[in-house]
Design a protein around this ligand. Structure first.
Ligand code: ZN
Ligand code: ZN
Length: 235
């Protein structure tokens, strides 16, 4: 596969990541990417950037070293309606709006409540990608999520980071397989995300390839190899 983009990454601005923005873009260029997304955590995560960081994103050039840079946020889903922890007035300042469940900012409910939370975020027209829905942080029904994602043209991410042994996310592998099978069945594209917290991990999808093989997942449904298809989800 010719990987052209990775749009879920973090810099030192997120407080628990280790590379600067410029180091990240330089590495993306060295790895041959055309598009890099940097999506810092929104304020619910301890130690991340304040809202003023997002307000100032306009100072950063969107093209560096031949790489197109998308600057956004990974927001926290905070309730069973799928609300996020960033004021809507900030949405227009972001090139990219990702939302996901993080245990520090979300109280797990029943499987139906958690599913509603994700579906609520999927239905939010400002949200373009749901980060790591299958990482096992909370139990979910995946079929309604895939159907809502298809209907609302929202991408579901298959996240490499949550499969790292150090993360101890035991159900992530089986959940990802389930999600990939459903996306294949309903012909819903997915996005692979590195969730890199250091430059070396940009476009590192090492734990995902075997899942794609196991599910015989069609490359035509992977947006990382098709920039035009990816862009349709930004609109
Ligand atoms: Zn996350
Ligand atoms: Zn992340």
């Amino acid at each position: 596969m010719d990987i052209l983009l990775d749009v879920h990454t973090h810099t030192i601005a997120s407080g628990h990541a280790f590379s600067t923005l410029q180091e990240m873009v330089r590495t993306a260029a060295d790895k041959g990417l055309k598009i890099l997304g940097i999506t810092e955590h929104s304020p619910g995560i301890p130690g991340t950037c304040e809202l003023i960081y997002f307000r100032n994103l306009h100072v950063v050039p969107r093209n560096m070293y031949g790489v197109e840079l998308l600057l956004g946020a990974e927001m926290n889903i905070i309730d069973y309606k799928g609300n996020v922890d960033m004021p809507e007035e900030y949405f227009s300042m972001l090139d990219l709006r990702i939302a996901g469940i993080h245990s520090l900012c979300y109280q797990s409910g029943t499987i139906d409540e958690n599913t509603q939370a994700i579906v609520g975020a999927v239905r939010n027209p400002a949200i373009q990608i749901i980060s790591h829905p299958s990482d096992g942080t909370v139990p979910l029904h995946f079929e309604p999520i895939v159907l809502a994602a298809k209907e609302n043209h929202t991408l579901l991410e298959i996240n490499n980071s949550s499969l790292k042994p150090a993360r101890h996310k035991g159900s992530a592998r089986d959940n990802n397989i389930q999600l990939l099978r459903l996306c294949k069945k309903y012909e819903m594209p997915v996005i692979l995300g590195s969730d890199a917290h250091i430059s070396f991990d940009i476009a590192n999808y090492e734990f995902l390839y075997e899942l794609l093989v196991e599910t015989d997942f069609p490359e035509s449904l992977i947006v990382n190899t098709q920039i035009d298809l990816f862009r349709t989800f930004l609109e």
